[in-house]
Design a protein around this ligand. Structure first.
Ligand SMILES: Cc1cc2nc3c(=O)[nH]c(=O)nc-3n(C[C@H](O)[C@H](O)[C@H](O)COP(=O)(O)OP(=O)(O)OC[C@H]3O[C@@H](n4cnc5c(N)ncnc54)[C@H](O)[C@@H]3O)c2cc1C
Length: 432
């Protein structure tokens, strides 16, 4: 649940100055009481009180009541909305879409929010006045289940608010895995996974998946994934890396491990850097050194590829591509096609929408399990295609993918599960 209602921005006390019997001051005190904001009520009876407390000589010179916040700022004759805003209770929705909107934070709304949020629903609770509703005004509630010692309405409401808000907040275990970015499909929170994908004679399977924490370095991610290969006794002939791995520590690390690899080089800056090599009309090989400081430099082979657009996407002229390479067996004419093999991996990601398990749960272990199940299902499908729906061809296999699409396999699976576990599909209500 999003903390839409916020919480008091400062736990220290608020001061409220006003005349006895002032209706406006009473309304503010009621609001502060109901919102469980600790405050001192200071009555101003004459000019003397006014001068002593506020350093203003005449009571008639000021608009009362006056509220003073712990940081010393004062608002004269404030509205409830201004106070709520200043306390940080008025906020903007964090998400574009919610599973459930609840209007009114009385006991009914608060308990609905607690149960909805605890079930993982993205919930927003909107209150027009003060959390707690009518119950918030009760000084003593004696009949609430679980509180044999009695509790004030405001305290009960504040506890309920904290309970509801707690579910929306990621735990310390979850936090490192959550990436905040521009909203997509109603969320700003995303999770990242790194996968190790193997291509062997036209057969492509995912061998390892890892949840990526925000502070994981690229070198750490590669090391974790390659370690999985070691236990499977698989030898890497050529490692194809995404352009996101283009940085000096990764290049240095893979060179040190002596693993043949290739990855696109990112063109940064207007001049210099990789861009300085984008010249001429023929592809060529060169070397380049990136120097961050005298102890942080790396030299690598750089292949510059010239491609002619020939009106593709209505563009003409030379297009330059740059690849960092290390001990790979390929040539300038083929490297572009060779690297495109990696794109099969992206299409495996696209397939995930077919068999993806959707969840609001933030637990990174559970989410990794769901992602793992998806890759496992795709691997099973690839294997069935390879073993049963293909024909041997010189040096490889011809796979008839369209004869058995992934959706078909998933529908077979669901039928088998339904037959075994006898899923109830309909209930007949007796007539009469
Ligand atoms: C002084 C007092 C003492 C009480 N003591 C007890 C007691 O001891 N034991 C007991 O069992 N009951 C007690 N009650 C009754 C109890 O407080 C109510 O039964 C209970 O608060 C009802 O809860 P509710 O969530 O249904 O509605 P409410 O408490 O009325 O909450 C509704 C909330 O919705 C908000 N709202 C309304 N319209 C909108 C809108 N359009 N947009 C956003 N927000 C909106 C309101 O501002 C309010 O906060 C007491 C009531 C009072 C007034």
């Amino acid at each position: 649940m999003t903390n839409h209602l916020g919480s008091p921005s400062n736990p220290r006390r608020v001061k409220l100055y006003g005349q006895p019997n002032s209706a406006a001051a009473y309304e503010i005190r009621d609001f502060l009481n109901r919102s469980v904001v600790e405050f001192d009520w200071i009555e101003l009876v004459g000019d003397e009180d006014c001068d002593r407390e506020l350093r203003i000589s005449t009571l008639n010179d000021i608009r009362l009541p006056v509220i003073e916040f712990p940081d010393g700022t004062q608002i004269f004759a404030p509205t409830i909305r201004e106070i709520a805003q200043r306390l940080g209770w008025v906020t903007q929705p964090r998400f574009k879409e919610y599973d459930l909107s609840i209007y009114g934070a009385g006991p009914a709304g608060l308990s609905a929010a607690v149960y909805a949020a605890s079930e993982g629903l993205r919930t927003v609770l909107i209150e027009r006045h003060a959390v707690g509703g009518q119950a918030g005004t009760s000084s003593l509630i004696e009949n609430y289940m679980g509180f044999p010692e009695d509790i004030s309405g405001a305290n009960l409401a504040e506890r309920a608010r904290q309970q509801a808000v707690k579910y929306g907040k990621p735990t310390l275990q979850e936090l490192p895995y959550i990436y905040r970015s521009q909203a997509k499909s109603g969320t700003h929170s995303f999770y990242a996974y790194a996968t190790l994908y193997v291509i062997n004679k036209n057969k492509r399977v995912t061998l390892a998946v890892r949840g990526v924490r925000r502070l994981d370095t690229n070198v750490a991610i590669i090391t974790y994934l390659l370690a999985e290969l070691e236990s499977l006794k698989i030898n890497v002939k050529k490692l194809y890396l995404d352009r996101g791995f283009f940085n000096t520590p990764v290049i240095r690390w893979l060179q040190a491990l002596d693993i043949p690899f290739m990855m696109p080089a990112i063109k940064t800056g207007k001049k210099g850097g990789i861009k300085q090599f984008f010249k001429g009309r023929k592809s060529y090989k060169t070397t380049h050194t990136i120097t961050k400081d005298k102890d942080d430099l790396v030299t690598f082979d750089l292949w510059i590829i010239c491609k002619y657009r020939k009106g593709k996407r209505k563009k003409h002229g030379v297009q330059y591509l740059a690849y960092v390479t290390y001990k790979i067996k390929t040539n300038l004419d083929y490297i572009y096609e060779d690297y495109r093999k990696r794109f099969g991996f992206e299409s495996s990601y696209r397939l995930k929408n077919i068999c993806r398990i959707r969840t609001n749960n933030k637990n990174p272990v559970l989410r990794l399990l769901f992602v793992g199940i998806y890759f496992l299902l795709v691997n099973i499908w690839v294997n069935i295609l390879w073993l049963r729906i293909s024909r041997k061809r010189k040096g490889s296999r011809l796979i008839y993918r369209t004869l058995f699409v992934l959706k078909q396999m998933l529908s077979f699976l669901s039928q088998a599960i339904q037959r075994k576990y006898q899923v109830v599909e309909s209930i007949y209500i007796p007539t009469g």
